[in-house]
Structure formats: C-alpha cells, structure tokens
Design a protein around this ligand. Structure first.
Ligand code: M6R
Length: 613
C-alpha cells in the first residue's frame, strides 16, 4: 500500500508530485507529504489527511526545487499523523526518504541505530531507513561521489527484511535521486531531460508512455537526463524502456461522478478487449505465450487458483468452468492462507494466480512458494510488467484498462471472461466436447451487448438502493456458481457502503444463519443456474416466510410476484452468467454508497493495491 511519486527534471517539482499523488490516492490516503531539493537544502512538507491538504501548507507554493519525492500513506506502523507521514529524514537532515512496503526487522535495526546515537521521532518502520543510509554514508571513507551514495543505500537495503520501494534524495547530491525496490512496485517514466518515478504507470501516464520496469534489488541513479541501472552488487546493467499503450485519458473520470461508475460502464469495452483476437466462432482459442500440450494437461494432478478478494471470487467461477470442461480437479485458495497450509504441490500441479494490479503481496508470496515446490505458474493480471507477471512462468492479461476505484468491477468481469477462455483453450487441447465449446464461444461474444443491457437496470436498482441504504445487515444467497456471484455482490456492498453483509450458499442458510433473518431484513438472491432454480427459490421462500425483503437477480423463469424486486438479466450460458449477474450487484453497492454520501472510490481503511502481507 502507499503510493510514491518522484520527479527529476527542469520543471518545478511540487505540482507534479502532488498531482501524481492524487492519482495514487487509491493506494492509501491517511497522510501525505513531499520533499524537494531547494537552494538551501532538503525541504519537507507533510500532513495528516488527504493529498489535497498539501495545497494548504504554508510555503508549499514557494518551493522552487526541480527534484523531489512524494508519498501518500496507508498506515501500517503508527497511526495516521503528521509525524508518521512520509517523507522521513535522518537526524542530520541529509537524506529524505519515501517508502512503500513494510520493514519487518525494523525494531532490531532501530535498536542498532539507537545504540549508535540516533534518535527517532515517529512510530514508523520507515524512519530507520534514512538513518541507516546516513550511518553507512558517514562511515564510508573509501568511496566518494555517486558510488558513496549508492553503496550507502545498498548496504542499508541489504539489512532490511520485508518489502520496500524507496526513493532517496540527499543534500550532497542536488542533481540526483536513488531509487530501489524489493517486492513493492516502482516504475520509472522516461521523459525528455526529465524522469518520473511512481508506484504505478497511470499516475504518470500523462507525462510519458516509456517506462523502465525495475526488478528486485536493482538500484537506479537518476539525473535529469539519464537513468543508470545497477544490480544487487552495484554492477552496472543495461535496461530498455517498455512502451505502454494505455492513454492518459483512460485514467480520468470522463464526466462520470466517480471512477467506480465509470469503470462499471467500461465493462462492455473491457470484456471486448479481453476477448480480443483469442478466438472467433470457428477458430480454436489461442493465447500469446502459452504452449501447453495435451500430455502436460492430462498429467496434471490438480490446478490451484490463488488470489485475494474479488480476484479470488473470479477464481471460483474459473474453478467451475475448468472442472466442468476439462475434468481437472481445481481448488481455489485465498492467497494469504495458501502458503501456510502446506499445499500439495509438485511438478504435476499448475498454479494460476489472479491479480488485477499484479502487485498483491499475498499473491506474489504464494506464487513464489509454488515455484519453489516445482509447479508451473501462470499469472493473470491487468498490468503488463507487474510483479506477478515477471515472477510467473506464463502470463496472460485482461485488457480492462486502468482500474482506479478501490472496488474492483471491470477487472473482475474481465478476469472471469479470461478464465472461461482459458478453460476453453485447455478443453480444446484436451479434445473435449467441441460442439458445446463452439456454442460457448458464440455466447462469450454476446457478453458486451448483454452487459450493456444490465446497465439499463440502473434506475430500478437506484430505487431499491434508496429503500435499503440505512439498513444494518444484508444477505446474499445463491447456489452453485450463483454462490460465487453472491460472494462478489456481498464484498462489493460491505466494501463501499459499510453495511454489514453476509453471503451464503442458499441451502446452507437454514443450518444457522437463518436465525438472523427477521422482518424487513434484505436478502439478495441470485438465480442463474438453470438446474438449481427450484432449489434456490425454496431457500428464498424460507426467508420470505420469516419476513425478509427480497431482491432477485435472475435470467430464469420465476414467479415475480413472490419477490419485492426482480432484476431480469439476459439469458446466457451458466459458465458466463457471473459476468452479467454481477453488474446489477455492482450498481446496487454503488447507489447505496452514494445514498449514504460516502466516498465511493476511496472507502475507509482500504487501498487499491495491497502490497503488504
Ligand atoms: O490487485 P488484486 O487483484 O490482486 O487485488 C485483490 C484484492 O485486494 C481486490 O480484489 C479487493 O478485494 C477489491 N478491493 C475488491 O473490490
């Protein structure tokens, strides 16, 4: 979590830094700050609260420096406060540092520094970093110039356990900056006589399309017109830029009130782009870079799909399709649990990791473990060059465009579409059920149009949202793949409306949770599984009997008079119905949040990219 931005060029740095931070606020937004190199040394300006508060700080407009670093925080160590906000400096104010990640051994290093006379003024793990760099810098009489700066950073980083993306400026180097990363994202955008640094690409996309992607423990010595790269032992290395196709306007609101609403409406395009040229009705599925054989797929003992949050919910849909089309046992795991449960992995296991950002620490850790145990690993991400795609043996991409709102919408539906196409690709290699596959492909091509139709339900959904926005508890139920849809609708609601919600397999409710159903409680039922319609309706009947208010999302024939509100969505193959059935649930969460007057795009306590374990 946390977002970092840096600028080194000829323009005044502070507006560029603050502008970049605003675009990164989805990564954390409890405090923010910048440090620039001014004529009289390093300046620091920071405060508790949103990035925009920086504009109110006295003297911020007087900053003239053309080099600077900046940070928006999501608190891990120490409460949100001015003292804990970044940047942090060493005691002699020679170095300013911003950090994204967690230093796990900071207590031990803090003790070492205190024993060496250093004092600490914040509760953060980060404050040890500038002091440690200062310690190695002042104790190095063998080197001078940039190697002295780089060696101090390298020695400090070698002591750190955990994850970090760091930007460091030093008063002795008024024309330079050093950056490095380990397990936390950091990219460098190359301009003309200027360089931009950021936690992600969209934040600086309006300045450049050419990016350097850093690997762990690569050190960069930046000047206005150059970027010198060094490996972990400070040997110089070459690095090429990568050109990014997203355009800057795709990370703007484009007239929508919020990014979430914009992203919900972008789903038809995101799905179309994700389908891309992977197949047409008469051709087999193809994925650039995948070369799985029939022998390999037939030899698999199992597939694991590992992810977090919404991406994990997409995985649940993927499991359903892979098992049914390919008959390969498939398990879905929450990434933060996966590596601690000693999973059964060997070279006959395929592990699929889903992450919109490609930077989720739990997912990356699970991927590394799977590789160590000999599995082949396949990453699904929305971000080319993101950490999981660089770690995995194979990578395939959703093409949803930048997703800014914390609540994931277009990334989810694109992930589901991609997983279904992947399942078809496997099934075709395994030579199973070709007639049904052709039909399924036709149905996938209909999805963008069907999502458009679901978006037309928004007035009805808004009306229902107005009725229930003050409620305390909402339940989501469904059977089969409808349970996976219910889970996603439930997460969306609690995440942005702060209403307590639970999702259940509809048939499981009567084994306990039905005790919570009383007059007026809202139950959202999802009915898309044709073979389970009657069973699900019986379960919904059980809650109606106990006074529940019901909202039904369905593409099946049901007696509408039974329910309070019915949202009718287009009929499609049950494998892909989660794509369309989730859209009304996204809109429901959105409109409830709006009715409550909440910040839809930046819900409390959350961040878009969870780069801590
Ligand atoms: O970037 P990732 O897809 O790895 O993120 C995983 C989850 O943190 C994410 O899906 C989260 O659950 C969303 N905020 C849900 O809307």
């Amino acid at each position: 979590m946390c977002g970092i931005v840096g600028y080194i060029g000829k323009q005044k740095a502070s507006p560029i830094l603050i502008n970049g931070l605003m675009r990164l606020e989805y990564r954390g937004y409890d405090s923010a700050g910048i440090s620039t190199i001014e004529a009289d040394g390093l300046s620091i300006m920071k405060d508790k609260g949103r990035v925009k508060n920086l504009y109110n700080l006295e003297g911020i407009n007087d900053l003239k420096g053309t080099i600077g670093i900046a940070h928006t925080r999501w608190a891990t160590h120490g409460k949100p406060s001015k003292e804990n906000a970044h940047p942090h400096q060493d005691n002699s104010k020679s170095f300013s540092v911003v950090h994204n990640g967690i230093i796990e051994n900071y207590n031990e290093l803090k003790k070492f520094l205190i024993d060496n006379g250093y004092k600490f003024y914040s509760e953060t793990d980060t404050e040890i970093v500038p002091n440690l760099i200062h310690y190695y810098y002042t104790n190095n009489n063998n080197e001078s110039g940039k190697m002295k700066f780089l060696t101090a950073v390298k020695k400090a980083c070698s002591d750190l356990k955990g994850s970090f993306a760091l930007e460091i400026i030093c008063k002795d180097f008024p024309d330079n900056m050093v950056v490095v990363r380990k397990d936390s994202p950091l990219v460098i955008g190359k301009g003309i006589d200027e360089n931009y640094i950021s936690s992600d690409i969209p934040a600086i996309l309006s300045f450049t399309r050419n990016f350097y992607l850093l690997n762990d423990f690569e050190y960069v010595f930046l000047s206005r017109d150059s970027a010198e790269f060094y490996d972990k032992d400070l040997n110089k290395i070459d690095k090429e830029t990568k050109s990014i196709e997203w355009d800057a306007t795709s990370s703007e609101k484009n007239g929508y009130d919020d990014f979430m609403l914009k992203e919900i409406h972008e789903q038809p395009t995101a799905i179309r782009e994700t389908i891309g040229a992977k197949f047409n009705e008469n051709s087999k599925c193809e994925f650039d870079g995948l070369d799985f054989s029939k022998d390999y797929l037939s030899s698999l003992n199992r597939i694991y799909i590992v992810a977090c949050g919404t991406a994990m919910h997409a995985g649940l849909v993927g499991k359903n399709v892979i098992e049914k089309l390919c008959r390969i046992p498939t398990e879905v795991d929450i990434a933060s649990e996966f590596r601690y449960r000693d999973p059964l992995i060997d070279d006959k296991t395929l592990c699929i990791f889903i992450s919109q950002s490609g930077e989720t620490a739990d997912t990356i850790a699970a991927l590394k473990l799977s590789k160590e145990k000999g599995a082949k690993t396949l990453a699904i991400s929305n971000v080319i060059g993101s950490s999981i795609t660089r770690e995995a043996d194979y990578s395939i991409y959703t093409h949803a465009g930048p997703e800014i709102a914390v609540a994931s919408t277009k990334a989810y539906t694109s992930q589901v579409v991609l997983l279904v196409i992947l399942a078809i690709y496997f099934a075709e290699i395994l030579e199973s059920d070709s007639e049904n596959l052709v039909k399924l492909k036709k149905e996938i091509l209909e999805l963008p149009k069907q999502v458009e139709q679901c978006l037309q339900l928004k007035d009805k959904i808004k009306e229902f949202a107005k009725r229930i926005y003050q409620e305390k508890d909402v339940f989501f139920i469904g059977r089969g793949v409808d349970e996976a849809i219910a889970k996603e609708g439930c997460l969306k609601l609690k995440e942005i409306s702060y209403i307590h919600s639970e999702s259940y397999a509809a048939g499981e409710l009567k084994h306990g949770a039905i005790a919570l159903i009383e007059k007026g409680v809202t139950v959202v039922g999802v009915i898309t599984e044709p073979t389970l319609v009657e069973k699900t309706i019986s379960n919904i009947q059980e809650v109606i009997t106990r006074g529940a208010k019901t909202l039904i999302v369905t593409n099946q024939k049901v007696d509408k008079s039974m329910f309070d509100t019915v949202l009718e969505i287009p009929e499609t193959n049950p494998f892909i119905s989660p794509v369309i059935a989730t859209v009304p649930l996204q809109l429901l969460a959105y409109y409830i949040s709006k009715e409550k007057g909440l910040d839809v795009d930046k819900p409390r306590n959350l961040a878009k990219s969870v780069t801590v374990e």
